[in-house]
Ligand binder design. Structure first.
Ligand SMILES: NC(=O)c1ccc[n+]([C@@H]2O[C@H](COP(=O)([O-])OP(=O)(O)OC[C@H]3O[C@@H](n4cnc5c(N)ncnc54)[C@H](O)[C@@H]3O)[C@@H](O)[C@H]2O)c1
Length: 260
């Protein structure tokens, strides 16, 4: 299937590593122009070099998306360089373990800044350009929005809000013919996931236990498998799909627990 993404400008937050980088690579393979924003300068420059060396048009914006003005500036920079914007992929998030018992009101607000507020800010600043192209938005959420995880109130509530925003924006943007969907990963091996595993006393044991609970193949989801669904959702081939929460998780959230 031709995803019809050639020359579409796709703005990806947190695109230098992990799931975001897999989406950027997928865009490059489809002939789309990936613009990835990240606060990791080294990883961003490396990805830009890799993609450019393979003949892809792309751009890297070095920014921390917590300050709202950096969200606005990133959109402006993209428009300055490519004069259009077709897709926003909101992807930055970090499971930062701000819980109820051992958190604090200050840490909770900081967690929402890291995980939630820039999703709204990016969409807000990107909207005028997206309206012009009848563009679309994909929000990366997490299974924790549906299952909880414990000891991570900030991250969980951000991800729950992201699912709600997806539905609300899908409603609000109907008059412009714009689509908004969310992707819901569960267990994907990325630098973030490895960091989270390392917070346990025995990361290898923990990983073994987790994959034993993943019904399809008893294995982690690969970032490329998330990216494949994102590419489909942003494609004009998905022209009648909006407001959806799409789980790409090997059956982790919904299949019968007796199976594992
Ligand atoms: N890996 C998983 O198993 C998993 C599961 C569920 C949901 N998710 C979600 O998927 C998304 C991507 O996760 P990942 O595992 O690829 O993470 P990752 O940490 O491997 O990659 C995220 C990228 O975002 C960048 N980043 C972080 N904060 C930033 C900021 N404030 N400004 C700019 N850049 C910033 C990082 O530098 C990094 O390059 C997140 O929203 C995460 O919550 C991941």
């Amino acid at each position: 299937m031709d995803l019809l993404l050639k020359d579409k400008v796709v703005l990806i937050t947190g695109g230098a590593k992990g799931i975001g980088a897999a989406i950027a690579r997928g865009c490059a393979r489809e002939g789309a122009i990936a613009v990835f924003i990240d606060k990791d300068a080294e990883a961003g420059k490396q990805l830009r070099t890799d993609l450019s060396n393979n003949g892809a048009k792309c751009s890297f914006i070095y920014a921390d998306l917590v300050p709202p003005e950096n969200c606005a500036a990133s959109v402006e920079q993209t428009l300055g360089e490519f004069q259009r914007l077709d897709v926003l992929v909101n992807n930055v998030g970090i499971n930062d373990n701000v819980g109820l018992e051992h958190g604090s009101p200050e840490k909770y607000v900081k967690s929402l800044q890291l995980n939630l507020l820039h999703y709204y800010n990016m969409a807000h600043y990107a909207l005028p350009a997206l309206k012009k192209t009848q563009g679309c938005i994909v929000n990366v959420a997490s299974k924790v929005a549906m299952t909880g995880q414990g000891k991570t109130s900030g991250y969980t509530s951000a991800k729950g809000a992201i699912l709600s925003l997806t539905r609300d924006w899908a409603c609000e943007l109907l008059p412009y013919g714009m689509r908004v969907n969310a992707i819901v990963p569960a267990e994907v091996m990325t630098p973030l996931y490895q960091w989270w595993l390392n917070t346990f006393p025995n990361p290898e044991e923990k990983l073994k236990h987790i994959v034993s609970k993943i019904p399809l193949g008893n294995r982690m989801t690969q970032p490329e498998e998330i990216a494949a669904m994102v590419l489909f959702l942003i494609s004009p081939q998905a022209s009648h799909i909006t407001g959806q929460h799409v789980l790409v998780d090997g059956g982790y959230v919904h299949l019968d627990r007796a199976l594992t």
